[in-house]
Design a protein around this ligand. Structure first.
Ligand SMILES: Cc1ncc(C[n+]2csc(CCOP(=O)(O)OP(=O)(O)O)c2C)c(N)n1
Ligand SMILES: [Mg+2]
Length: 623
């Protein structure tokens, strides 16, 4: 089959344009804040400084809630958490120079995971730009490769248009971060704002729709297939296309695997769910996509097929990330691949596919559903589903006691050898899943705990699992939980974190307490940078290269003491070490109406499995 790109239909042009509105004369800083109000912004995560304090003054005259994070990175991640939890742009702000550079990681995180975010930075006065002025940084230039778009305001009259465009760009099409850099002299300048009613952006048309020809071809491919698999990502969640996906998968009886970004796009408790795939994804999902192979000891040995994988892969709203594909040429090697994505630049980028369609996935799935409603798919793929059931039975996510654990320092120093009392990290997540009835919004740091959170908490709704997937930024979990809790005060929001990751933004406990944001943190404290340690064990004979986080002089002590630290922030907290205490401790955390820290002491000996090492294949999977 040839490679094609289906053309997208142009939306009909609107005939009558609403008129712009004239406002009262005011300062640039007030115009910016008014513009945010007009965009429906309810909360901004903002840390002040010389180049942004004018805007803070304006915020004191606004209905917008200003949350003061205790580090700009915390503010950027909180805005990212808000954006992920709602689909509406999260907003953060910082002063020029160090304030702005502290936002960069949060901006890059939003870029990698296509999260709507507007980041506002104060800038030195225009006359000082380029002079190496105090706290001058070219944040426009510095963030250029990690933004969807950016602005440096050069005329006070442009503010209303720029803000309107920024929000439109951040949330439409493939969402992403937009930076607005705002020189101080323009914050202090006065003008009469003209509020535009519409956005006109030449060359930016986010309304992409597949044509019926391409969609019909997909139906034809399904009818010819014996082993189809849906491989779905964050694009489904962004497009609010979960209901359409559920309908399509059920109507066509096609099993669904997701990326980590796609967790919750399809209910993971559904019998057609293959959970998530890739480096630490389900063995059965990886087999279903790429086939089952005889395990091999080294990549030099040949790959010996045992059972074939998908002969048709429907890749919807995904980007063939290397953590998903491993060695990309071996990924779904024998299948026909259809890729639907709203961003044409993802087509044929990481993986050559047979049919590439540029479209909003909600529209495409809706049309596919119309088509199969009129002409139902005859096949029911029962033999394929039976094969998948056999794989699921053979290799579920699982854990247990290992010899290494029994002989470990952790067992000796903290449990006096009482095996039945050890809390394995996977166990703590399963308990949290049960006790929250699977309904909490979960955020994470980055590391082993992040992978286990994805494996042992089953997500049934979109926007329920908020994790720094593409950038993999430690320190994301707790501030993101704050942002999500601000957006969804009705939900339990719990950060399942690592001891290393949590420490990177520990200062946000102050934000939580002062702002009364009742986000919870459950730290799976293994006293190590666990994921790096796992790689040391796998590829460096266990030689520790600065991955121990405890106090080497007092290895029997848990260090640092998060409970004491939380107390310093006036945040209730508790440590739990024994299994017998776990359930009640989790319940106390859930029952609290305040922010809360639960420090769960876990052994460091666990490895995350399944594991396909980087750039390896399904034949190299440890499971
Ligand atoms: C900001 C940042 N620095 C470094 C890394 C590299 N890294 C990935 S996982 C990891 C260990 C994380 O340790 P912890 O948060 O305790 O989680 P665990 O793996 O122990 O569950 C590190 C250092 C990263 N992802 N992000
Ligand atoms: Mg750790």
């Amino acid at each position: 089959m040839s490679t094609k790109i289906a053309t997208a239909k142009k939306p009909a042009a609107t005939k009558t344009s609403p008129r712009p509105e004239l406002g009262q004369v005011m300062f640039g800083s007030d115009i910016l804040v008014r513009a945010l109000e007009r965009e429906g912004v309810e909360c901004i995560f903002a840390y002040p400084g010389g180049a942004s304090m004018e805007i803070h003054q304006a915020l004191t005259r606004s209905t917008i809630r200003t949350v003061l994070p205790r580090h700009e990175q915390g503010g950027a991640f909180a805005a990212g958490g808000y954006g992920r939890a709602t689909g509406r742009p999260g907003v953060c702000m910082a002063t020029s120079g160090p304030g702005a550079t502290n936002l960069v990681t949060g901006i890059a995180d939003a870029y990698m995971d296509s999260v709507p975010l507007v980041a506002i930075t104060g800038q030195v006065p225009q006359a000082m730009i380029g002079k190496g002025a105090f706290q001058e940084t070219d944040i426009f230039g510095m963030t250029l490769p990690a933004v969807k778009h950016s602005y440096l305001i050069t005329n006070v009259n442009d503010i209303p248009r720029i803000v309107k465009e920024a929000f439109y760009i951040a949330r439409t099409g493939r969402p992403g971060p937009v930076v607005i850099d705002f020189p101080k002299n323009l914050q202090q300048a006065k003008t009469q704002p003209v509020w535009p009613a519409q956005v006109h952006l030449r060359g930016y048309d986010p309304d992409k729709r597949a044509d019926d020809l391409a969609l019909n071809e997909i139906i034809g491919l399904i009818e010819k297939a014996e082993r189809p698999v849906l491989y779905c990502g964050g694009g489904i969640i962004t497009a609010n296309a979960s209901p359409e996906l559920l309908h399509f998968a059920e109507a066509a009886q096609i099993p669904v695997t997701t990326t980590i970004m796609g967790c919750g796009a399809f209910p993971e408790t559904h019998e057609l769910s293959l959970r998530w795939l890739g480096m630490h994804g389900a063995a059965f999902a990886n087999w279903a996509v790429s086939g089952e192979f005889a395990p091999r000891k080294s990549p030099d040995q040949p790959m010996v097929g045992v059972r074939p994988g998908a002969d048709l892969l429907l890749a919807f709203g995904v980007r063939f990330d290397d953590r998903v594909t491993g060695k990309v040429d071996e990924f779904c090697k024998t299948g026909t691949i259809v890729h639907i994505d709203i961003d044409q630049s993802e087509h044929q980028k990481n993986r050559k596919v047979h049919l590439a369609v540029e479209s909003d996935i909600k529209y495409a799935l809706g049309r596919l559903n119309d088509m199969i409603r009129k002409r139902p798919i005859k096949k029911n793929f029962s033999a394929w589903r039976a094969q998948i059931a056999e794989w699921k039975g053979r290799a579920p996510f699982r854990y247990g006691m290992t010899e290494e654990l029994i002989r470990s320092e952790h067992m000796r120093d903290h449990l006096q050898g009482r095996e039945c009392e050890v809390i394995l990290p996977q166990m703590a997540i399963e308990a949290l899943y049960r006790q929250t009835r699977g309904e909490a919004i979960i955020t994470t740091g980055v590391g082993q705990h992040q992978m286990w959170a994805g494996q042992y908490y089953k997500f049934t709704s979109p926007r329920q699992f908020l994790t720094s997937a593409g950038l993999g930024a430690m320190g994301f979990g707790y501030p993101a939980a704050l942002g999500a809790k601000v957006a969804r005060p009705d939900k339990q929001v719990i950060d399942i974190d690592g001891d290393g990751s949590f420490l990177m933004n520990v200062q946000e406990l102050a934000t939580a307490h002062i702002e009364k944001i009742a986000a919870k943190a459950m730290i799976l404290n293994n006293q190590h940078l666990g994921m790096v340690m796992q790689w040391e064990d796998s590829f460096y004979q266990g030689n520790r290269g600065h991955t121990y986080l405890g106090d080497p002089a007092r290895r029997r002590q848990i260090y640092p003491d998060y409970v004491t630290m939380a107390r310093g922030f006036n945040v209730p907290s508790e440590r739990v070490m024994y299994k017998k205490d776990l359930q009640a401790a989790i319940q106390r955390m859930l029952d609290s109406d305040q922010p809360y820290l639960l420090d769960v002491i876990c052994p460091y000996t666990e490895h995350v499995i399944p594991f396909i090492p980087a750039n390896r294949t399904v034949a190299d999977m440890v499971y």
